[in-house]
Design a protein around this ligand. Structure first.
Ligand SMILES: *Cc1c(COP(=O)(O)O)cnc(C)c1O
Length: 369
């Protein structure tokens, strides 16, 4: 069986370094808010290219804290609107609605699967205050036009960089393009911890200070509480593990890019469409999505032949039960079509060439019965 993602192999690749990092923390007797966090935050801010990095509990919290800080600082108010791609993972949308803000779902471009720059302007109202730009599947979603729209309408650009650690746009890393970015270190992400973890990166000191306090009960001084915060911190063991894995991130992303290049160069089946190919630096291939009208048959065929695939994502946010009538009657044909056609192939830094060629062979010989 070729697994979709073997976390076991991914961890095993750096087992010695990871074990000694974990051991160091265990032996230190200091497990929260210590040197490991400080060091990792420093290294990650340097890597992304921002002044500040704040470790927090997970990627969803990172995004929640950004918008919560805007509200605390009086930059946004409950009821303000945030543009977000309709085909994103639910967490992007939850971060908006959790803060009493209104998520305005905008369709993706079917060729890139990223937020369609040409559909943003018509979604902007006098209450629109921000765009939450998701670099979905590891691909840079930023465009010059999006930057211009933010200027024109005074929108705060926030990036959801949960799937795109290391991705670049014209020499800038994603996560440093907007005013702030949320990052997830969920184990399956390109930079993954051995459990939950997340971070915010920003160049804005006020925002950074506020977020650091919010994620620590609302306190920046012991026993003094400025905000009604929560406890959402990155623990020392995860920070130490992430610091090890950060050192190998570029090399691991490069291996993913090689797998993607192999798929692009060799997958050839009229039933299958591949998203537009970008230069490698603009895509770190968190996911390798393909589109197929008979997706379910293709997935079943691959499963029967020993290749595990996933769907990102089978039900878009606007059709989820948690939002019952929030978007009743809203038609998002592209998003809904992608949910029916998308299939994610195995891709990672540990998949070998034999596995890659088997995936391609199977896909190329797939036909309708
Ligand atoms: C994983 C993910 C998140 C949430 O991260 P967690 O650490 O799992 O909370 C947010 N947005 C996107 C696009 C993601 O893929």
């Amino acid at each position: 069986m070729i697994p979709f993602l073997s976390l076991k192999d991914i961890t095993a690749k750096y087992a010695d370094e990871i074990s000694s990092a974990v051991e160091r923390v265990v032996d230190s007797g200091w497990y929260l808010q210590g040197k490991e966090n400080e060091l990792f935050e420093h290294h990650y801010a340097d890597y992304i290219g921002t002044k500040y990095c704040i470790g927090c509990g997970n990627g969803l919290d990172a995004l929640i804290w950004i918008y919560r800080a805007y509200i605390e600082l009086g930059v946004m108010q409950h009821g303000d609107e945030v543009v977000v791609p309709a085909n994103t993972y639910i967490a992007s949308v939850l971060a908006i609605t959790e803060n009493g803000l209104k998520a305005v779902l905008v369709e993706p471009d079917p060729n890139t699967l990223e937020l369609d720059e040409n559909k943003i302007e018509e979604a902007i109202s006098f209450r629109t205050k921000s765009i939450l730009l998701v670099h979905l599947y590891g691909r840079c979603a930023y465009t010059e036009k999006i930057g211009e729209l933010c200027k024109k309408y005074h929108l705060h650009l926030v990036e959801d960089n949960a799937q795109a650690h290391g991705c670049k746009y014209k020499g800038l890393k994603t996560g440093s393009i907007g005013e702030a970015a949320g990052h997830s270190f969920y184990p399956g992400k390109n930079l993954g911890a051995l459990g939950d973890g997340g971070a915010v990166t920003t160049n804005n000191k006020e925002l950074a200070d506020c977020i650091r306090a919010l994620a620590n009960y609302g306190s920046s001084k012991k026993y003094v509480f400025k905000y009604c915060g929560r406890n959402s911190r990155l623990d020392e063991i995860q920070a130490a593990v992430l610091d090890v894995k950060l050192r190998h991130l570029d090399e691991d992303n490069h291996l993913r890019q090689k797998v993607a290049a192999y798929y692009y160069d060799n997958i050839c089946n009229p039933l299958i469409t591949l998203p537009l190919r970008l230069p490698d630096e603009n895509n770190v291939y968190h996911v390798f999505p393909i589109l197929c009208e008979c997706r379910d048959e293709l997935q079943q065929y691959l499963t029967e032949h020993g290749v595990q695939t996933l769907i990102h994502y089978p039900i878009p946010p606007h059709l989820q039960g948690c939002y019952n009538s929030e978007w009743e009657g809203l038609s998002l044909p592209i998003t809904e079509r992608l949910a029916k056609q998308e299939l994610s192939l195995p891709i990672s830094q540990v998949i070998n060439s034999k596995e890659m060629s088997l995936v391609v062979e199977l896909i190329n010989s797939f036909h309708l019965r």
